[in-house]
Design a protein around this ligand. Structure first.
Ligand code: AMP
Ligand code: ZN
Ligand code: FE
Ligand code: FE
Length: 272
């Protein structure tokens, strides 16, 4: 049976496997299709497409954008866009700068609070709190990531700097200009009803109805919300590797029919 995992992270953001290793794991797990959706970066592409071709895994372009709506953090998935689209590339660059500044700000706050961390070179294009958590663990300041967030990185804690990102509507518009499909990621994680209501009124092309972290009986609501609006219903594991060891690649997936729509759009945009 054809299965494609449309949501996973590599070392280009906060996953523990390189894009190449992700492709190898997809083969091992018997997946036929894959999209790598790193946070705010497409650095895994286009090199990984070659790798996937060799290993016989079908890939489409993907990315997970961090946005803001009414001071609430919202994740958008984009698929099948033109990988080389200039505006999308510079949008990712802007995110990279934004993330670097916040990362440095958090390091500074920790230092001022008496936690002086040795900076390490991180190969990720997209830095975040998980990278700082790893520094705190590796340098013996805390015993694990959980404690790192509890003591230093959680909202309002010593090292915390709030993130401010781009808006949802401007991100959807950018995705569309790059020829891509904009998908509302893991709607079940949006806790504020007002925010969710706003989002469900916007011009998305899809909603992530199948998500590994959530039990099957909770999917129905989102599948219904999507189909009622004529949206695609996508799915994926949100695999990160070591940071979330309880979620395997392929834990959620979509079938051939949905993937075929994405494949077609991807080809239109990239095989010109
Ligand atoms: P950032 O985007 O830099 O604010 O980091 C957010 C990421 O940190 C989330 O996607 C989670 O993976 C991780 N995270 C947030 N809170 C916690 C927590 N309490 N324990 C472990 N990881 C967390
Ligand atoms: Zn992540
Ligand atoms: Fe997310
Ligand atoms: Fe994710």
């Amino acid at each position: 049976m054809f299965r494609a995992d449309l949501h996973c992270h590599s070392t280009c953001s906060d996953g523990s496997l390189s894009p190449k290793e992700l492709v190898a794991l997809a083969v091992e797990q018997g997946l036929q299709g894959l999209a790598i959706t790193d946070h705010d970066t497409v650095a895994a592409y286009p090199a990984v497409l070659e790798e996937a071709r060799e290993k016989g895994v079908e890939m489409i372009s993907g990315v997970e954008f961090s946005c803001e709506h009414r001071e609430h953090n919202v994740h958008l998935l984009a698929y099948a866009f033109d990988i080389h689209h200039e505006e999308l590339q510079s949008f990712c660059e802007a995110h990279k700068k934004r993330r670097e500044q916040r990362y440095q700000g958090m390091l500074r706050k920790l230092r001022e609070g008496g936690v002086d961390l040795q900076e390490e070179v991180v190969e990720a294009h997209s830095l975040g709190r998980p990278h700082l958590a790893k520094l705190l663990v590796d340098q013996g300041r805390v015993k694990d990531v959980k404690e790192a967030f509890q003591r230093y990185l959680g909202d309002g804690k010593l090292g915390y700097v709030p993130s401010s990102s781009f808006g949802v509507q401007e991100t959807i518009d950018l995705i569309h200009r790059a020829g891509g499909l904009a998908v509302l990621a893991h709607p079940m994680l949006i806790r504020r009803n007002g925010v969710l209501r706003d989002l469900l009124e916007m011009n998305f092309d899809g909603i992530e109805g199948y998500y590994a972290k959530f039990p099957r009986n909770q999917e129905e609501r989102w599948v219904l919300a999507g189909t009622r609006r004529g949206w695609m219903v996508t799915g994926g594991s949100d695999f990160h590797g070591a940071p979330k060891p309880h979620i395997p690649l392929g834990a959620s997936w979509v079938g051939e029919e949905l993937f075929a729509q994405l494949r077609e759009r991807f080809r239109e945009n990239n095989l010109k």
